[in-house]
Design a protein. Sequence first.
Length: 479
Amino acid sequence: MNSFCARLLIVLLAGALQFHQLGRDIRFHPDEASFMTYARGAAVNGAWLLPGALDKPPLTIYFSAISMVATGVVADDMGVLRLDPLVGEFAARLPNVIMAILLAGLMMRLSGAAFGDEAVALAAGLLTALSPYVLAFGATAFTDMGLLFFSALALYWLECQGYRKAGLALGLAFWCKQQALLLLPLVVLLLMAKQARRASVIRLAQPLTLLALLLFVWDAARPETSVFLLGSVNNMPAQWIVDPAEWLDRLMEWARLSLWLLGPPVVTASLLGLAALSPFVVGAAPPKERHAPIYLIYLVAYIALHSVLDFNQYDRYLLLVLPPLILVVSSQLPGLLLRSRLQKGPSLALAIGLVLVAFWSLGNGLPLGGDRGRHDGIDDLARYLNSKPVATVIYDPWLGWELGYYLGQWNNKRRVHFPTAETLAEGALALAEFGDRYLVALVDREHEDWIAALETAGFVLTVDYEQNRYIVYRISRAG
């Protein structure tokens, strides 16, 4: 099999796996629901400045909004634009699926540019296509896949010494998520290793600076709180450095999450072990240009700093280290994966084994990614609530963005949030409303205090709906 056919086969494999993931009947994670509510507002209402309490840059949200316009938004008999929530799920996730497929091809180009070895390139593409993190986050509507794709694109152009294009890609990564700032140390290390001239650094900085300025202009044009200010409030830790007594526990948690980067933990650990032993066992000739130590230093420093600094330990925060890890491992496995000068039997068997493990992992469910079934049935709950009369009051203490998305863009109910049971009871008494109201609760979350507060205030509560995790109480005035 020639090189082109092998690369094409890997990209097709990535496509098959990603569209399999896209076809799952999985509801939005709360963060997905939040981002896609903004995307739907742009697609249906033309709210392209994304008004509201948004804390992320807009590029991936715009990708999803454009996908919604192209594949999901329809006009009803009155000419009103509408988007079915489940169709919106597909449309919202489609751009990330496309970027995840392209990422497999991009990683082959990146590893080829970095190491000049076709076997290394094929190994990198295969590891990318089969990575549980790519499979878990490709068919989602998080902003992280855009960050990952454009970060890898920036590294590719940097390896090719296309500094202006690298700056452009890095700027686009920043337009996807502020976390792109964490890629800058790696960029600096690579520039130093390449002994880039001042003119090259300027060529990289020009488009990056321009895109950053344009993003600030966009942010200033919005009538809402700055996405950067709100992002810092929502995501910056109260204290930067955690208690040293917690460092080891945080490191172990990051290590646990990292063991899914290349496959199930035993597979990732085995690949890391083979990569470490490969130069001694195989005696492989070094690639033409070794930047693997730089990528390894960045990988170790990233996890170490996240163990010390008080950032949330979300699995998706590890996506940014996936390209460096794949580059390190693939560069050290030229004698074990598809190297033409060795016997191809063991190499092909290993590749087939990795593919089978990936299918097994998907069949058993990945412990990563989006909602993973936690909000199954929320669409049925939304249909039930939408069947209530116009202007029905719905008290929603817990579901927030998730329920709001599935109720639809043109929802005609009055959904109200109170932070405590006491404030809910006070608000319910203050509202001169004699029709039935509804309290949406979760069966696996204690809500007895909320019921007691309403009953003490003189209301009668009866269960009107109970399905999956959701229970809805009808609230009536006594007498």
